[in-house]
Design a protein around this ligand. Structure first.
Ligand code: GAF
Length: 397
C-alpha cells in the first residue's frame, strides 16, 4: 500500500472505533479496500459487449466492519458524518440516497438465496465523488467482498463483480456496464486490464510508468443529465443493432459489427444513431489496436488513440462537455503530453492525461491557470498509481 492508502485506511479504522465506542467489537473487526478506477481506452464499449482497458488506482473506498449478534445493520458514512440503521431484512428505500449502494448489495445477496446477519460498518475513502472514477462501484464491491468474508457466503470474485453491477442496475437504477466493478474487483498493480465485456475473459498488460505519469484533471463539473443521457446512449446503440439485424440476424450487439458495416447501412439510420454506431464500432477496434501498441512499447501511438477516442466522444457519441473539451484542447500543442481524453461516462468528471514525468509539475500549473482563467474554477489534478483490486487489509495495532 502507498502511504496515502495507509493513512486513509487508518482514518477509517479510527472513525469506526470512535463511532461505535464500547460496541466496536474490535475482536471481530475487519477492514477492506476497493479502489476507484481509470480507463485508458474503450469508453462506453462495455454495454455493447466490446473491449475496455481500465485499471484500479490508489484512490479507494474502505469498509471497517464487524458482525453483530442482533439483526440490525448500522452504516456510518464517515465522510458525510451520517448514520443509517435498519433491520437486515428491511431493504426498502430510505430518503438518504447514499444508502442505495449498500441496500442494493443486500438485495442481491437475497436474490442469490444467500443470507447474512446484522453488522455494523464505517466506510469512506478518497475516491472523488462525481469525478468519473467509479466511487459507487468501489462502494458496492467493497461491501459485498466484506460481507462475503464476514458471513462466509462462498462467492468468487466474478460473482462479486456481477452482483455489484446488478445492484447498480436494479436498485440504484443506472444501467451501467461491467467495467467499473470489474476494474475494482480484478485490478492489478502496475497493469491495465483488457476485458472482453462479452465473455469476461481478461488479460493484464503491464503499463510502463518509468517515463510517463497518469494525471487526472477534475473539471468538478457534474451534470445532472449524466445518468439519463447514459441510458439514452444505450438505447441508441440498441436501435442501431435492430437495423443491422434486418440484414444480419447473427448480430447481437455492436460488438459484432464493424465501421464498414455501419457505413453500408448508414442510409437506414437516423443521423444520431449512425454517429453513435460509428463511434462505437471504431472505439471497439481502437482498444485492440491500442493494446498492440502497448505490447510493442509504443506509448506515443497509444496516446494518439486516446485523442481519437476523445474526438469520437465529443462529436459522435456526444457525451463530453465544454470543460472536458477545453482541458483536452489545452494539451494538444504541449509536447509533454502524449495522450489525453475525457474519461468515464462523461458530461463532467475527469480527463486522463499521459504526461512526461519530468514535466508533470509544469503541466499541472499550466492546466490549473488556464482552467481558472476560463471557468473560474480551481482544477484538482491527481497523479494516480495503478494498484491492486479489492482486498482485505490488516493494519498493525
Ligand atoms: C460509467 C459506467 F458505469 C461504465 O459501465 C461505463 O459504461 C462507463 O461509464 C463508460 O465507459 O462509468
Amino acid at each position: 500500500m502507498t502511504s496515502t492508502e495507509l493513512s486513509t485506511a487508518e482514518r477509517i479504522r479510527e472513525k469506526y472505533i470512535e463511532h461505535f465506542g464500547d460496541n466496536a467489537g474490535t475482536e471481530n473487526f475487519r477492514l477492506f479496500r476497493s479502489p476507484g478506477r481509470i480507463n485508458l481506452i474503450g469508453e462506453h464499449t462495455d454495454y455493447n459487449n466490446g473491449f475496455v482497458l481500465p485499471a484500479s488506482v490508489d484512490k479507494a473506498v474502505y469498509f471497517a466492519i464487524s458482525p453483530r449478534t442482533d439483526n440490525q445493520v448500522v452504516l456510518y458514512a464517515v465522510d458525510l458524518n451520517e448514520t443509517y440503521t435498519f433491520q437486515v431484512d428491511d431493504i426498502s428505500k430510505p430518503d438518504q440516497k447514499w444508502t442505495y449502494f449498500q441496500l442494493g448489495i443486500i438485495e442481491q445477496i437475497y436474490k442469490n438465496n444467500l443470507n447474512i446477519g446484522g453488522f455494523q460498518a464505517a466506510f469512506g475513502g478518497d475516491v472523488p465523488q462525481g469525478a468519473g472514477m467509479s466511487s459507487s462501484a468501489a462502494l458496492e464491491c467493497c461491501l459485498l467482498f466484506a460481507l462475503n468474508e464476514v458471513f462466509n457466503l462462498g462467492l468468487d470474485r466474478f460473482s462479486i463483480v456481477k452482483m455489484s453491477q446488478k445492484a447498480e442496475n436494479e436498485y440504484v437504477g443506472v444501467q451501467c456496464g461491467i467495467m467499473d466493478q470489474f476494474a475494482s474487483g480484478f485490478g492489478k498493480k502496475e497493469a491495465v486490464i483488457r476485458l472482453d465485456c462479452r465473455s469476461l475473459e481478461y488479460e493484464y498488460f503491464p503499463f510502463p510508468m518509468d517515463e510517463y505519469m497518469l494525471v487526472l484533471c477534475n473539471t468538478l463539473v457534474e451534470h445532472s443529465l449524466a445518468s439519463s443521457e447514459y441510458n439514452t446512449r444505450r438505447l441508441e446503440c440498441e436501435m442501431g443493432v435492430v437495423i443491422l439485424q434486418k440484414h444480419h440476424p447473427e448480430i447481437k450487439s455492436l460488438r459484432d459489427a464493424t465501421p464498414a458495416l455501419i457505413e453500408a447501412h448508414k442510409d437506414e439510420m437516423s443521423d444520431v444513431v449512425y454517429r453513435r454506431c460509428k463511434y462505437m464500432t471504431e472505439e471497439i477496434e481502437r482498444v485492440q489496436v491500442a493494446c498492440d501498441f502497448l505490447t510493442a512499447g509504443d506509448l506515443i501511438s497509444f496516446g494518439k488513440k486516446m485523442y481519437e477516442t476523445h474526438q469520437g466522444l465529443q462529436h459522435e457519441y456526444e457525451v463530453s462537455c465544454d470543460e472536458l473539451d477545453f482541458l483536452v484542447d489545452q494539451t494538444s500543442d504541449d509536447p509533454s503530453v502524449i495522450g489525453a481524453r475525457m474519461m468515464g461516462g462523461g458530461f463532467g468528471g475527469c480527463t486522463i492525461n499521459l504526461v512526461k514525468k519530468d514535466a508533470v509539475e509544469a503541466f499541472e500549473a499550466k492546466m490549473k491557470k488556464a482552467y481558472d482563467d476560463k471557468f473560474q474554477i480551481k482544477l484538482p489534478c491527481y497523479r494516480v498509481q495503478i494498484t491492486d483490486g479489492t482486498e482485505e487489509i490488516v493494519l498493525n495495532a
